[in-house]
Design a protein around this ligand. Structure first.
Ligand SMILES: C=CC1=C(C)c2cc3[nH]c(cc4nc(cc5[nH]c(cc1n2)c(C)c5CCC(=O)O)C(CCC(=O)O)=C4C)c(C)c3C=C
Ligand SMILES: [Fe+2]
Ligand SMILES: [Fe+2]
Length: 344
C-alpha cells in the first residue's frame, strides 16, 4: 500500500458529474460502404431484430446487406448536410446546449453525446469521461418513449462497458420521458407556432417509429407510451379525437408492425376527402432520415398523389429552446443528490 498524500484525496472526492446523451447513430457518410457498416452493426443487435440468429443471419448477410446499403445511401444523400448526418449534427448540438443550460443554472456538469451504433460509441465516451475524472455519470437516452429496441439496447451497451471496467463510477440512467409535462409543452409550442404561421390543418398526424406488433404482445410498453404521448399532446393543444391520429412509420420486413401505418393512413384520409394535414414525429428527438426523407419527402408525395392538397411537416424539437429546457429539467431531476458544483 502506498500512502496517499492528503492533497490527492480532496479534489478527487469532489470529482465530476457527467451526462451522456445517447442516440441511435447514423452512417459516417451517405455511401453504400458506410451504410453496410452501419446497418450490419444496427441489424445484428438482437434487441432490434428479435429473430433466432440461425434464421436471421443468412437473410441479413445474404439479402439485406447486399441490397439495402445502396438504396439507403441514396436516401441519406437527399438529407445529408455540409456538417454531416442530421441526426449526428442535432445530437451533438443538444449535448453542447444542455451543458450550457445546466451551467447557467449553476450546475457544472460535463455533457457528451454518444451513439448506440457507429461513432462516437457509448463505450468510448464512457472511457473518455472516466479518464477525465467523471465519478458520476447519468445516461440519458434521447428516446422519449421506452422501447426494448432502443432504450434497453443502450442499457445493454452500458452493461458491456461495466463488464470490462474495473473502477466504476456511480451510474444512473433515464428510462424515458414520454409523459413529461415540459416535453409535451415543448411539442405543443412547436405545433402552435407552426399553426400561427401556416394555419390549422384538418388533421394532425402524430407519427412514431414502428415496431413489430409481436413486441407489444410480449409486453413492450412502447406502443402504449406513444399513445399516451399522443393523447397528452392532443390535450395540450385542445384537440378532440377526430382532429388527430397516432400512426407508426418505417416498417421493416414482412411481419405485422404496430398499426395504423403512417403512409397508408395519409392515403386513406386523402381518398376520404382530407385536403390539409400536418405531420409531427414526437418520438424523434432529432430530425433524421426517417423524418426528413420518409415523412417530409415520401409521405408528402403519397398524400398529395392521393388527392391531398396541403402537407406540412412540423420539424422535431431538435435544438428548440423549450426542448433543451425540458432536457435540463429532466436531467436535474435525475441528478438529485449528486454534487454538480465545480470541485473546489
Ligand atoms: C427491425 C428493424 C428496425 C427496428 C425494430 C427499428 C426500431 C426503431 N428505430 C428507431 C429510430 C430510428 N431508426 C432509424 C433508421 C433505421 N431504422 C431501421 C430499422 C429498424 N428500426 C433501419 C434499417 C434504419 C436505417 C435506415 C434504413 O436503411 O432504412 C433512425 C434514423 C437514423 C439516421 O441515421 O438518420 C432513427 C432515429 C426507433 C425509435 C425505433 C423503435 C422504437
Ligand atoms: Fe429504426
Ligand atoms: Fe425509413
Amino acid at each position: 500500500m502506498h500512502p496517499h498524500p492528503k492533497s490527492d484525496l480532496a479534489p478527487s472526492a469532489a470529482g465530476k458529474t457527467a451526462i451522456l446523451l445517447c442516440n441511435l447513430g447514423t452512417p459516417e457518410a451517405p455511401t453504400a460502404a458506410a451504410l453496410r457498416r452501419y446497418l450490419s452493426q444496427f441489424l445484428s443487435d438482437p434487441r432490434v431484430v428479435e429473430l433466432p440468429r440461425l434464421l436471421w443471419w443468412p437473410i441479413l448477410h445474404g439479402v439485406v446487406l447486399r441490397v439495402r446499403p445502396a438504396k439507403s445511401a441514396a436516401k441519406y444523400a437527399t438529407v445529408w448536410t455540409s456538417e454531416g448526418s442530421p441526426l449526428a449534427v442535432w445530437t451533438q448540438r443538444q449535448a453542447k446546449l444542455l451543458q450550457g443550460y445546466l451551467g447557467e443554472r449553476g450546475h457544472a456538469v460535463v455533457v457528451r453525446h454518444a451513439m448506440r451504433y457507429g461513432q462516437p460509441s457509448i463505450g468510448a465516451q464512457l472511457d473518455a469521461l472516466k479518464a477525465e475524472g467523471a465519478q458520476r455519470i447519468l445516461i440519458l437516452p434521447a428516446y422519449p418513449q421506452y422501447c426494448a429496441a432502443t432504450t434497453a439496447s443502450v442499457m445493454d451497451d452500458l452493461a458491456h462497458w461495466t463488464l470490462r471496467t474495473r473502477a466504476l463510477p456511480e451510474l444512473r440512467a433515464v428510462r424515458g420521458y414520454h409523459d413529461d409535462p415540459a416535453y409535451i409543452q415543448a411539442l405543443a409550442a412547436s405545433v402552435r407556432k407552426h399553426w400561427a404561421d401556416n394555419g390549422r390543418p384538418e388533421l394532425l398526424v402524430m407519427s412514431f417509429h414502428g415496431m413489430p406488433a409481436r413486441t407489444r404482445e410480449r409486453g413492450d410498453p412502447y406502443h402504449d407510451e406513444c399513445q399516451r404521448t399522443g393523447a397528452l399532446l392532443a390535450q395540450a393543444l385542445g384537440l378532440s379525437e377526430q382532429d388527430y391520429v397516432v400512426t407508426f412509420q418505417s416498417r421493416f420486413g414482412k411481419a405485422r408492425w404496430l398499426e395504423p401505418y403512417t403512409e397508408p393512413t395519409l392515403k386513406a384520409r386523402a381518398a376520404a376527402g382530407v385536403k390539409k394535414v400536418d405531420v409531427i414525429c414526437p418520438g424523434f428527438s432529432s430530425d433524421c432520415l426517417e423524418t426528413l426523407e420518409e415523412i417530409a419527402q415520401e409521405a408528402r408525395e403519397a398524400f398529395l398523389h392521393a388527392g391531398g392538397q396541403a402537407f406540412s411537416y412540423i420539424p422535431c424539437l431538435n435544438a428548440d429552446d423549450a426542448h433543451i429546457k425540458a432536457l435540463t429539467q429532466l436531467a436535474l431531476r435525475h441528478l438529485q443528490g449528486w454534487p454538480t458544483t465545480p470541485a473546489a
